[in-house]
Design a protein around this ligand. Structure first.
Ligand SMILES: Nc1nc2c(c(=O)[nH]1)N[C@H]1C(S)=C(S)[C@@H](COP(=O)(O)OP(=O)(O)OC[C@H]3O[C@@H](n4cnc5c(=O)[nH]c(N)nc54)[C@H](O)[C@@H]3O)O[C@H]1N2
Ligand SMILES: Nc1nc2c(c(=O)[nH]1)N[C@H]1C(S)=C(S)[C@@H](COP(=O)(O)OP(=O)(O)OC[C@H]3O[C@@H](n4cnc5c(=O)[nH]c(N)nc54)[C@H](O)[C@@H]3O)O[C@H]1N2
Ligand SMILES: [Mo]
Length: 750
């Protein structure tokens, strides 16, 4: 039998024989299906599945619940009834005795595709009925961007969906300058799902149309070879210095578009004082940037003149802002684009994340499909998502965030469903210390992933292939009916059933389910979407027909307008949503915040650690931790297709052969990557189109600390987050700073 399922890397036909998945193929509508789908073949019905509810032995013992053993304790098998009752009563204990902000249910993570069975939505709906919790705001993906850009130009959600699409770029752009490149591997994926993978063909059309690409990245492979991109590589984390030097050339050679700046931006004069070194005596010239970025000043001068000679589009990967002072490169990119004066012209201006996810740069019509209603969080309280370890370790402490002060609560219970903090968070050894503070950790997971192993109460969850759902996301023109391909494995239950069970213990079942079965929920949500469709002038098929056809594509809309064209034509009438209505190169609002680590205009500040800084003497290699080619984050890392990308079962560290030779390391060797925060084991591969002092270790290897005698100093699978730095980008966004990290590498012999 064949069934259609949807994932966050594409839609697939799954073939099942005698209850086992035997093959997985991309659907016909997908011109370039992702091979990540192969993970489903053996990854779903895998021995790492959790077969029934478990409770950690030390937790059951009561008292202080032996919290220090969390992550390194035995689990006791318990019945569903017992586990649900113990968990529900403990949630009630914390809510009643300590207050709901003492429950942390931020539960960040990608979970699986599917609108109804979305793990976090189910958790949030449930916990809101119990009085709410401390939540998390913004994302690990784009936290700094989400906070800085509304001050400067536009809300993030608008930009993501409205910025120029590839066809517009192919038709009008002559020079596409990509800070952080356009990594095709990342476009396999799109949050919530994707149907037609088009980035590759869009790029091919762009080069056929004559667009020239510049890939500005520490690694040449951030652009596909056939793109024939000019490669400019310099020290990671120094893009702001490089962009400032470009701006300096434009300003000093009279190439900046003064007229656009005076009508469409504010604060250019104040910024110029900094640019020209009027306050600090340091002009931000190419010679100045040369020593910071470690790149020839002529490269900067050459590029600067090319920028003004033609229709130029400036883009930055999301990775640039996932670093200390990550607000700055984004602010500076917008500033540079304003100086070029092409914002609002077709194929000109700026955009973000081309190469971050498969929907970016698509021209698809956007439609807001109905999601599961989660209600309101009665506490109204949230922390910046990447400050979790900080919060757990420092209750009562206050931090700054975007002009506000946030006081960390004392967390006594954590509930996680659909995310893996031992994948996503930085400085995992610090997270381990933080994670052992609360009395209780409850996790829903299909597999014995790190977050399940670091829980007290573990509920076995079904995967998307074991339930019916609707896959639909606001960036994709399709909705898919996700068929149930196999029975729930072992004794697993869907997240919805798990929370229904907990709600029942607390007398909230009716409020949680509203008397609907899961399939009635799907139908209900489809009807709500149909209402919205009507308002937009089209009609959805009946739910029965959708279910039978398995997919539906919304009608094409009229071609999209060029982003910011209206603003360009009349900045007064079509003002931006910034305080001044214009592009803010200097922000009065941010000036008032008075943050030393986020001044009022784009500024170069040394990152906490970088190749030009003092700590580079001990740790002379910059570690970047990009997204993995063969999976989504840590999902299904146990499956064969992901494991086939490893060396001796370890994640692969890419390094330059010169750097390796200096350390006596050969290709294929095992190596230990380390700094003061931690160490992990990797297999080594060479790439000489990489800067000599940069190493790459993708995220996603399952966190496997060496727990013998409770020692956690050597991680065995190659998880880069034992090395990364857990500090906020700045007081403005408090985003994650994963790409700010120095390490040393040595050959490993057992
Ligand atoms: N060093 C470094 N760290 C990073 C990054 C980086 O660039 N460098 N990138 C960051 C970014 S951008 C992100 S988005 C994060 C990603 O971090 P996460 O989104 O937390 O990572 P995932 O591995 O996708 O975690 C999803 C978890 O949900 C589980 N799951 C899947 N389906 C279901 C379900 O139906 N029910 C339940 N209950 N569970 C389910 C999976 O098994 C998995 O454990 O990582 C961040 N971390
Ligand atoms: N296959 C796959 N695709 C994915 C994901 C996945 O897990 N697997 N995750 C998805 C998610 S959640 C997200 S948020 C996006 C992330 O999208 P991005 O943040 O764009 O992706 P990264 O792979 O972290 O980084 C892209 C490239 O930026 C370069 N880079 C890093 N630091 C610097 C710097 O300081 N300067 C310059 N100029 N370049 C730098 C690195 O060489 C890296 O290869 O990817 C999505 N796509
Ligand atoms: Mo992300």
């Amino acid at each position: 039998m064949k069934y259609q399922t949807a994932t966050q890397w594409g839609v697939y036909e799954v073939e099942v024989e005698a209850g086992r998945i035997v093959s997985v193929n991309g659907i016909r509508d997908d011109p370039d299906p992702s091979a990540i789908g192969q993970l489903l073949v053996d990854g779903i019905q895998h021995k790492t599945r959790i077969d029934q509810p478990y409770i950690r032995k030390g937790w059951l013992a009561g008292g202080d619940r032996n919290r220090m053993a969390r992550g390194n304790d035995e689990f006791v098998a318990v019945s569903w009834d017992e586990a649900l009752e113990l968990a529900a009563l403990d949630i009630k204990r914390v809510a009643d005795n300590l207050g709901n902000t003492s429950i942390f249910a931020g539960s960040y993570g990608w979970a699986s595709a599917g609108r109804f069975h979305h793990a976090q939505s189910q958790l949030h709906r449930f916990i809101n009925l119990v009085g709410g919790s401390t939540r998390a705001m913004n994302s690990y993906s784009t936290a700094a961007a989400q906070v800085i850009l509304p001050h400067v130009v536009a809300p993030w959600h608008e930009m993501e969906l409205a910025q120029p699409a590839w066809p517009e770029i192919a038709q009008h752009t002559k020079l596409f300058v990509a800070f952080g490149g356009i990594a095709l591997r990342n476009t396999q994926v799109a949050y919530g799902g994707i149907t037609e993978h088009q980035t590759k063909s869009s790029l091919q059309e762009a080069i056929t149309a004559g667009v020239r690409f510049v890939n500005i990245s520490p690694v040449a492979s951030d652009a596909p070879e056939w793109l024939n991109a000019q490669w400019i590589g310099y020290r990671p984390g120094t893009d702001v210095a490089f962009m400032l030097a470009l701006a300096y050339v434009l300003e000093t050679q009279g190439l900046a578009d003064r007229s656009f700046l005076s009508t469409h931006a504010v604060g250019y004069e104040l910024f110029c004082e900094y640019l020209l070194g009027k306050q600090d005596g340091q002009p931000k010239s190419p010679q100045w940037a040369q020593s910071i970025c470690n790149i020839d000043a002529h490269v900067i001068e050459n590029l600067a003149t090319q920028l003004v000679e033609q229709r130029t589009f400036l883009s930055a990967a999301w990775s640039l802002q996932r670093a200390h002072h990550g607000e700055q490169p984004y602010w500076m990119l917008v500033t540079l684009a304003a100086m070029l004066g092409q914002i609002g012209l077709p194929g000109g201006g700026f955009g973000f994340g081309y190469g971050a996810e498969g929907f970016i740069g698509s021209a698809w019509r956007r439609f807001n499909w109905t999601t599961l209603s989660k209600g309101r969080n009665p506490t109204g309280f949230a922390i910046p998502v990447a400050r979790i370890a900080d919060m757990l370790l420092n209750p009562g402490e206050t931090i700054h965030y975007d002009g506000q002060e946030i006081k960390y609560p004392e967390i006594d219970l954590i509930y996680w469903a659909g995310g893996n903090p031992f994948h996503h968070h930085q400085d995992l050894n610090r997270l381990v210390r933080a994670w052992r503070k609360p009395s209780t950790v409850i996790v829903n997971e299909p597999w014995w992933t790190p977050v399940a192993k670091w829980a007290d109460i573990v509920f076995p969850a079904t995967t998307a292939l074991e339930r019916e759902d609707i896959c639909a996301s606001s960036h994709d023109p399709y909705a898919h009916f996700m068929q149930q391909a196999i029975e729930p494995q072992h004794d697993a239950r869907s997240d919805h059933e798990i929370f229904t069970g907990l709600a029942k213990v607390l007398g909230l079942k009716e409020a949680f389910t509203q008397g609907r079965s899961p399939s009635q929920w799907l139908e209900h949500m489809w009807h709500q979407s149909a209402e919205r469709a009507k308002q937009q002038g089209f009609e959805l098929p009946s739910f029965a027909k959708f279910r039978q056809d398995k997919q539906y594509r919304i009608p094409e809309a009229k071609p999209r307008e060029v982003w910011l064209a209206a603003f360009r034509s009349d900045a007064k009438k079509n003002s931006l949503s910034t305080p001044s209505g214009r592009i803010e190169i200097y922000s009065e609002t941010i000036a008032e915040f008075d943050y030393a680590n986020c001044p009022a205009h784009p500024t170069w500040m040394e990152p906490a650690e970088w190749l030009g800084g003092g700590t580079a003497h001990h740790y002379p290699l910059a570690l970047l931790s990009p997204q993995p080619e063969r999976r989504l984050h840590s999902q299904l890392d146990h499956a064969a297709y992901s494991q086939a990308g490893k060396i001796n079962g370890k994640e692969v560290l890419t390094m330059h052969s010169t750097a390796a030779a200096a350390r006596g390391i050969k290709q294929g060797d095992m190596a230990r990557v380390f700094n003061d925060r931690g160490a992990c084991l990797v297999g080594v591969r060479f790439d000489d189109l990489l800067l000599v002092d940069v190493v790459l270790l993708p995220t996603g290897a399952w966190f496997k600390p060496n727990l013998a005698c409770n020692k956690i100093d050597l991680e065995l699978n190659g998880n880069p987050n034992v090395l990364t730095l857990d500090i906020g980008t700045s007081s403005l966004a408090q985003g994650p700073s994963a790409n700010t990290c120095l390490v040393e590498v040595e050959r490993y012999t057992q």
